[in-house]
Design a binder for this molecule. Structure first.
Ligand SMILES: [Zn+2]
Ligand SMILES: [Zn+2]
Length: 121
């Protein structure tokens, strides 16, 4: 511990959205990640039982440091390695990770509401 740890652990945003939206079946057992990078990896990893990952696309633009769930939007406006992106911003570290997660959560919630990610089992 060097004092720069984020104040909390980060939950799976998909599960958090499923909990908040209510009556949605959980698709994972949850997560207590140390940082948002770990959250991203979780969202892109295939789920147990050979189920597809939470998200088919999730990328952090290295230029503006925003997370994107929409591959077309990302490719058009940010591009490979963020080369098309015109709004450079610093990486969010430490306490900024909470803000990063909040932004990611909002996108995940929107994604769940606007797509058929809710599996009927
Ligand atoms: Zn999850
Ligand atoms: Zn960007």
């Amino acid at each position: 511990m060097d004092g720069s740890e984020p104040p909390r652990s980060f939950l799976c945003p998909v599960r958090a959205a499923q909990a908040k939206l209510g009556r949605l079946p959980y698709t994972c057992r949850g997560l207590q990640a140390k940082n948002v990078a770990e959250v991203r990896r979780h969202c892109l990893r295939p789920l147990p039982g050979k189920r597809p990952p939470h998200l088919s696309f999730l990328k952090l633009c290295p230029t503006c440091n925003e997370d994107f769930l929409d591959e077309i939007e990302y490719e058009q406006n940010h591009g490979k390695d963020g080369l098309n992106c015109g709004t450079p911003r610093k990486q969010r570290k430490g306490a900024g990770q909470k803000e990063q997660w909040d932004n990611l959560y909002k996108k995940v919630e929107h994604h769940i509401l606007s797509s058929a990610i809710v599996a009927e089992t």
